[in-house]
Design a protein around this ligand. Structure first.
Ligand SMILES: O=C(CO)[C@H](O)[C@H](O)COP(=O)(O)O
Length: 227
């Protein structure tokens, strides 16, 4: 099975956990895209009553086009479950997210969700975080000074760019990626990054996920991370 097939496999597996009446958070990314397609099929075929909150404009649009009810986070009082992708998950179920520049909204939705599930192909499972560049969402105003500070801290930052300029998030902020190779102490790094004025949010998602579904050639593996 290739990577796309594994992503589709976990996307389809994840929607089996969705129950009628749920308030559901929808993540962002290519794996989530398959999940939302599968969710749309269930909504259409089984007439499920769901209320969904999306973590990006992209996901909101896809879901709405499939006839899934999408509301703003501020218009719901709770979320039962959020299903999202991830860029890396380590042996302790700590994660890096933000490859799709959506980690700010993803983290806000995640912390307001009773349960969180991540769906990944097996290439995302690592022993130690850090091979994947760690994304930060930063306020454009003064961001070159934030970049310099991060450089001085030895964190090897680069702005995430397109051919035409800065990658912009849905909140119209920039993204800086930290090229770290290895993150020995994720909690300490998270605390350091939380203290930098101008950094809105980082892509370390620590102690957050309850269930991980890993796509493997011999079938999806469901891992329980925490209650
Ligand atoms: O954090 C994310 C977006 O900000 C995504 O969940 C993450 O990048 C995984 O994406 P994909 O499923 O396309 O590999």
């Amino acid at each position: 099975m290739n990577q796309d097939q594994l992503k589709e496999q976990v996307g389809r597996e994840a929607v089996k956990f969705v129950e009628d009446g749920m308030y559901l958070g929808l993540g962002t990314g290519s794996t989530v895209r398959y999940m939302v397609d599968a969710l749309g099929e269930r909504v259409a075929n089984e007439h499920l009553n769901l209320v969904c909150v999306a973590t990006s404009e992209r996901t909101a649009q896809q879901a709405a086009e499939l006839g899934i009810t999408v509301r703003n986070l501020d218009d719901v009082d709770h979320l039962d479950l959020t299903i999202d992708g991830a860029d890396e998950i380590d042996d302790n179920f700590q994660g890096i997210k933000g490859g799709g520049a959506a980690h700010l909204w993803e983290k806000i939705v995640a912390i307001n969700s009773t349960k969180n599930m991540w769906i990944v192909d097996e290439s995302k499972m690592v022993h130690k975080l850090g091979q994947f560049p760690l994304p930060l969402e930063v306020i454009p105003f003064g961001s070159t000074h934030v970049l310099k500070k991060l450089t001085d801290m030895g964190l090897h930052p680069t702005f995430r760019m397109t051919e035409t300029g800065h990658v912009m998030t849905d909140s119209e902020n920039y993204v800086i990626d930290l090229h770290l190779n290895e993150i020995d102490h994720p909690h300490e790094l998270a605390a350091q990054l939380d203290g930098i004025v101008g950094v809105v949010e980082h892509g370390l998602f620590l102690d957050m996920v309850n269930t991980v579904i890993v796509g493997r050639s011999d079938g999806p593996e469901v891992l329980r991370a925490r209650d």
